[in-house]
Ligand binder design. Structure first.
Ligand SMILES: *Cc1c(COP(=O)(O)O)cnc(C)c1O
Length: 345
């Protein structure tokens, strides 16, 4: 395959059609509205491009973590789509919430009070804690009347990626108890909860990772492909070391390819000695440590050396790469960094 655009840095290809297909597939699992979580720059893949593609497919409700993420979205989405902010209405957020028409998901009595004083006519939602103990109004501070005029009452599941975890049913029960009889629309589920079944769907689901091709949505299509240019190849004799700390020592004659990308590009050091790259379909093991800007890869068995090696793509999903580093697909995606050339299709 020729790669005319591949020069000094890797190419991150982002398949917006696959993204939209993943959203549609999750939407088909429910009879209610499906929103989209585009926090952390669209899980590292570019919030503006991602949100625009999803809006084109019919998404009307978006979620971000903090108000600082709203401006870039509003610029591409225009005034109509709803943008909800998980962190609520923090000190210093008032002006941006008002100017950008973003809806805070209020997380505490303090936030509720702040919102009512500062932006009395501005819409708000509420996040309640049903057992994760991370964010949201606690049971002892909650009364259903607080939800009057709320655009949404939401909570978040701690264990939804494990369908049999007892925490799921416990949180579902708590959510049902706390929201019994309220009129405001309700939302409990991200990607994992969406897959748990209809009793978890309520009025709106909020998938993130599944849109971007990650587990726990096993049926997702891959969205990110990452090809890294080969800068140099060299022969290494038995007994010679490769890379920092001589972490790899050749036992037999080896051919080592040096490719352009490193931990500064989100290929975290925990991948050292563990990651696999691909020459076409052929796996090639990382040799030694991940450096800031470079990887060294054992390509001794490759007859036709390509001009690039692939680290994310059909050969290897974000979750498979994450496994090698002992982490999760979410962390690999959101770490990818800003040095790659990005190609959207
Ligand atoms: C990140 C997040 C989501 C999306 O979760 P995924 O597991 O990526 O689908 C939904 N709701 C809240 C509150 C979140 O923090």
């Amino acid at each position: 395959m020729s790669h005319p655009e591949l020069m000094g840095t890797g190419t991150l290809q982002i398949d917006l059609n696959a993204l939209v297909e993943n959203w549609r597939a999750l939407d088909r699992q429910t009879a209610t509205e499906t929103g989209a979580v585009v926090k952390a720059d669209g899980y590292g893949l570019g919030a503006g491009r991602v949100a625009k593609a999803l809006a084109g497919a019919g998404v009307r409700t978006f979620f971000v973590a903090v108000v600082e993420e709203v401006a870039a979205l509003r610029a591409v989405l225009g005034p109509d789509p709803v943008i909800n902010v998980f962190s609520g209405h923090m000190e210093g957020d008032t002006q941006a919430l008002a100017d950008l028409g973003a809806i805070p998901m209020l997380n505490s009595p303090e936030q509720v009070a702040r919102h009512k004083v500062r932006l009395p006519n501005h819409p708000f939602g509420l996040q309640i804690d049903t057992g994760m103990n991370r964010l949201g109004i606690e049971t002892y501070d909650w009364s259903p009347e607080m939800s009057r005029d709320a655009t949404l009452v939401m909570s978040h599941l701690a264990c939804a990626d494990e369908p049999d975890h007892a925490g799921n049913k416990a949180q579902l029960r708590a959510f049902l108890d706390m929201t019994a009889g309220i009129l405001a629309p309700r939302s409990l589920s991200a990607t994992g909860g969406t897959l748990l079944g209809p009793e978890y769907h309520f009025d709106l689901t909020r998938p993130g990772i599944g849109l971007y091709g990650g587990l726990p949505f096993a049926g997702a299509s891959p969205v990110a492909r990452l090809d890294l240019p080969v800068v140099q190849t060299r022969s290494v004799k038995p007994g010679e070391p490769v890379g920092y700390a001589h972490a790899f020592i050749a036992e037999t004659p080896r051919i080592i390819a040096t490719v352009s990308a490193g931990y500064a590009d989100g290929l975290i050091r925990a991948l050292s000695g563990k990651a696999t790259l691909f020459a076409g379909d052929i796996p090639c093991p990382l040799a030694g440590r991940v450096s800031m800007d470079l990887l060294t890869v054992d390509v001794t068995h490759i007859e036709d050396m390509p001009d690039h090696l692939t680290i994310l793509g059909p050969q290897q999903t974000v979750d498979q790469l994450a496994d090698a580093a002992g982490t999760i697909g979410y962390e690999i995606l959101t770490s990818l960094g800003h040095r790659y050339k990005r190609a959207y299709s």
